[in-house]
Design a protein around this ligand. Structure first.
Ligand SMILES: *[C@@H]1O[C@H](CO)[C@@H](O)[C@H](O)[C@H]1NC(C)=O
Ligand SMILES: *[C@@H]1O[C@H](CO)[C@@H](O)[C@H](O)[C@H]1NC(C)=O
Ligand SMILES: CC(=O)N[C@H]1CO[C@H](CO)[C@@H](O)[C@@H]1O
Length: 419
């Protein structure tokens, strides 16, 4: 405990010194979104750590959740931590938004599900699962997204109609469940440290790692003080040791992965693609987003541009409808350092807005067709969005912004501000 405290102080002081300039950053921002509230999950009280999300179609968003804070920051024993899953958010087109935790079919009972980065390609959901206890590395789980009738809703509707003596066939409501298909094991060196992925072909994905070396096979809680200190050393002195990896999926076997040459950085986090050869990668410590173009002939990532955002960038998400990317992160390191003192309050918050102030900022990154350079515009900067913002998605009509978090109890939904 004392050691953890010393480590936190050590990190805190160093980061504050290194990042002092950001405390004075008080530029005026014109927020395009406001009125952020937690999304109510119909069938579960809270979904701790809703870290990443992806659109299935215009109306349907799927988010992972996995108690990232208790596992990676508090380093709790995995056996004592609530397991994760996925949230389905429907009705986005009509604005009549409903959210449920998703039923998962066929998932092996002896495997913990602690998803982090997710990616949807065709009807498949790919999720990084942190596999401790396994004697292997992390795994990438593959689920099929299956459309089914929403039995409960349809039954309730029918009963309502009978009460009201209405007749005629009302429209049946649909929902989605996940059908477990297979998994790919990542090599041992990736244990606990992979972060986000994009699936570029059915048998190939690019993945980021974000720690200088792999975590103990049995869980983060087994990490020694020395290892923790070394990790901080890498981050504080900005030593580049993480990559984007090019991996071949081997079904129910071990993936083969090679690092991309130009991808070495300090803390590679979110990765996203426009599905047309452009890849954006976030570095949380350097506070940058790197823009790459995939070179088909050479099969390499050519670095085109590095954008300095000045926030601890976490996930990046491609928004198809506006052909832009959203980069999300936290603005004040101090908020994260104080989180251990606030986390219980955050997790048990019953209100529909955060009860702890926590700086978040979301940038929209878009290609300027005239200059051929990617430009970033801040679309939301606030202390009242969510605790520990980790990602964002936007509805195709730009009316809603969905904000993910590594620590909070649910996702937030923000509305477009009227101008
Ligand atoms: C969630 O439910 C609360 C209480 O009914 C309500 O005040 C709030 O507006 C709801 N949030 C959203 C995003 O609909
Ligand atoms: C791919 O890389 C090769 C070698 O660096 C270069 O000659 C070629 O122009 C690149 N292709 C594209 C499309 O940029
Ligand atoms: C934490 C957890 O459940 N890890 C699992 C990940 O996958 C491996 C390989 O299938 C399992 O053995 C682990 O139990």
């Amino acid at each position: 405990m004392i050691q953890k405290l010393i480590a936190v102080c050590f990190l805190g002081i160093a980061l504050i010194l290194l990042n002092f300039s950001q405390l004075q950053n008080a530029a005026k921002v014109h927020n395009q979104y406001n009125d952020c509230q937690y999304i109510n999950i119909t069938n579960q009280e809270k979904v701790l750590g809703p870290e990443d999300s992806a659109f299935y179609d215009e109306d349907t968003l799927i988010s992972s959740y996995g108690n990232i804070y208790e596992i990676f920051f508090e380093k709790k024993d995995l056996k004592t931590v609530s397991k994760g899953g996925f949230v389905l958010i429907q009705g986005i087109k009509s604005g009549n938004i409903k959210a449920y935790t998703m039923e998962i079919r066929n998932y092996p009972q002896n495997v913990f599900l602690i998803p982090l980065g997710i990616y949807i390609r065709d009807d498949m959901l790919y999720a990084i699962n942190h596999s401790f206890y396994s004697g292997g590395g992390d795994r990438v789980e593959v689920f099929k997204i299956v459309k089914v009738l929403n039995q409960k809703h349809n039954l309730e509707k029918k009963q309502q109609e009978n009460l009201n003596q209405e007749d005629g066939e009302s429209e049946q409501e649909f929902m989605f469940v996940l059908q477990f298909v297979s998994y790919t094991l990542l090599p041992k060196r990736f244990n606990g440290i992979t972060n986000n992925l994009v699936v570029v072909e059915n048998t190939r994905f690019f993945i980021t790692d974000s720690f200088p070396y792999s975590l103990p096979i049995k869980g983060v809680n087994r990490e020694s003080f020395i290892q923790t200190a070394v990790t901080y050393f890498y981050y504080i002195f900005q030593i580049k040791n993480n990559h984007v990896w090019d991996c071949q999926i081997i079904q129910e076997g071990e993936a083969q992965c090679h690092p991309f040459e130009n991808s070495k950085s300090v803390l590679n986090n979110g990765i996203s693609t426009d599905n047309d050869g452009i890849f954006l990668v976030a570095d949380t410590i350097l506070k940058t987003v790197r823009v790459y173009k995939f070179n088909e002939t050479e099969q390499v990532l050519d670095l085109k541009q590095t954008i300095h955002l000045g926030i601890s960038v976490d996930n990046i998400n491609y928004i198809q409808s506006s052909n832009s990317f959203l980069a999300t992160g936290t603005t004040k390191m101090l908020d994260t350092l104080l989180l251990p003192f606030n986390i219980k309050k955050v997790e048990n918050n019953k209100e529909s807005t955060p009860d702890v102030k926590f700086g978040s900022e979301i940038f929209e990154i878009k290609l300027n067709p005239l200059t051929k350079v990617y430009e970033a515009i801040s679309i939301l900067k606030s202390d009242e969005v969510i605790v520990g913002a980790s990602g964002a998605q936007m509805s195709s009509n730009r009316e809603f912004l969905f904000v993910n978090s590594f620590a909070d109890k649910s996702l937030s939904i923000c509305k477009k501000a009227s101008i």
